[in-house]
Design a protein around this ligand. Structure first.
Ligand SMILES: *Cc1c(COP(=O)(O)O)cnc(C)c1O
Length: 379
């Protein structure tokens, strides 16, 4: 089945009891047992729920994976992956991560004896220098947030395989429409479903997709034991959102390209980060591993201090100043004060997350209105 058909149908059959075409919201915490243990495969909704199960099958199908696990947030999904590790284990991660990922690694899991190396992964050979017998996990985010660097997933997968290290990829920015890390050799794909997958900024959710059955069993154990699983209403909302994922992504990519081209030569724009430009440092890898370049764009403002950046960030009419991304509506974000506030300034400066940086999540509104809004806000 092709992508759009899977987005609409995977994991979903007409409801056996009524014929309902849409998966019902099974708003129940528990299930009847005829005699102890004699049930229909559902016991308690922390572990399994039919609405969530349909969603998990659909999410797995979209990443060409056998298994899917939905979590109550992207951070809940990341937390479960980290709980595969034990004290003394080491992790190699990119140095340009989502702020919340950096925070859970450095403020939570380093207290449990796990050691992190945050490195520039734009050259995969660099990863080899940090591999040792304790290395158990490599954590990639690509495109990176917010500077849109591209990591060569297939090249890092070769290093991970050769050294028996798990490779997890945070695929939130690309979405499965643009990139499928498992096909490139990753073991686990992580998503903040809150973003493109949900697509309407009305749900917080996370997911893991994977192929290996043993790993799935270990992760399901953590998911059920620790309990960061989403409820049926949210699962329903994401199933509904997924049905238009391919249509939304096409529109995000089309608008993203037009906004990027408009900003590239704008006199107020100092630097622009978007992997679709041929002069982007990793454009060739982006072209190889992604189907298109998406609607996430970051810019730095020429000669703007923090105050001037705040002024411009607050002067949009169609774009909303807000955290998050990937919804149908266009958002503008100031990483230093919003999504990346939990990363120390010295670390932020190293990777170009400067005071004058703004990140755009280009939505699917009419492009003329988006360009007019950018024109007036940057005037
Ligand atoms: C938002 C986000 C997360 C965290 O997901 P939540 O659903 O907010 O918990 C992780 N990684 C990336 C790239 C994100 O954008």
């Amino acid at each position: 089945m092709k992508f759009g058909t899977k987005a609409i149908h995977a994991g979903q059959e007409p409801d056996p009891s009524t014929g309902a075409i849409m998966t019902p919201i099974y708003q129940t915490s528990t299930y009847w047992q005829k005699s102890p243990g004699d049930n229909k495969g559902f016991e308690y909704s922390r572990g399994t729920n039919p609405t969530r199960k349909a969603l998990e099958s659909c999410l797995a199908a979209l990443e060409n994976a056998k298994f899917g696990l939905a979590f109550s947030s992207g951070m809940g999904a990341t937390d479960a992956v980290m709980k595969l590790l034990a004290p003394g284990d080491e992790v190699i991660a990119g140095n340009d991560l989502y702020g919340g990922s950096y925070r859970i690694f450095t403020k939570i899991f380093s207290n449990y004896g796990i050691k992190f190396h945050f490195i520039d992964m734009s050259d995969p050979n660099h990863v080899k220098n940090y591999v040792n017998d304790q290395t158990k996990l490599i954590w990639i985010e690509t495109p990176t947030n917010p500077t849109m660097q591209i990591v060569d997933i297939a090249a890092v997968a070769v290093i991970a395989k050769a050294n028996d290290i798990l490779l997890a990829v945070d695929n939130t920015f690309a979405s499965p429409y643009l990139q499928n890390p498992i096909d490139l050799g990753a073991d686990i794909v992580m998503h903040s479903v809150t973003k493109y997958l949900g697509g309407h900024s009305d749900v917080v959710m996370g997911a893991l997709m994977l192929n290996d059955e043993d790993l799935y069993k270990r992760l399901w154990f953590i998911y059920n034991a620790c309990g960061a699983t989403p409820g049926p209403m949210d699962s329903f909302l994401v199933l509904r959102g997924l049905k238009t994922l391919h249509l939304r992504m096409r529109a995000h990519c089309e608008n993203g390209r037009k906004v990027a081209e408009f900003l590239k030569n704008h006199p107020k724009v100092e630097k622009i980060y978007w992997p679709g430009f041929t002069d982007h440092p990793n454009h060739d890898i982006a072209k190889k591993q992604m189907r298109d370049f998406g609607g996430m764009i970051s810019i730095t403002l020429k000669g703007a201090d923090l105050q001037e950046t705040y002024r411009i960030a607050s002067s949009f009419n169609v774009f909303s100043l807000a955290e998050s991304l990937g919804g149908v509506e266009s958002l503008i974000n100031h990483p230093v004060s919003m999504t990346h506030g939990s990363i120390p300034k010295a670390e932020r400066d190293k990777v170009g997350v400067t005071d004058n940086l703004l990140r755009l999540s280009v939505g699917v509104e009419d492009i003329e209105d988006l360009l007019d809004d950018l024109k007036q806000a940057l005037s």
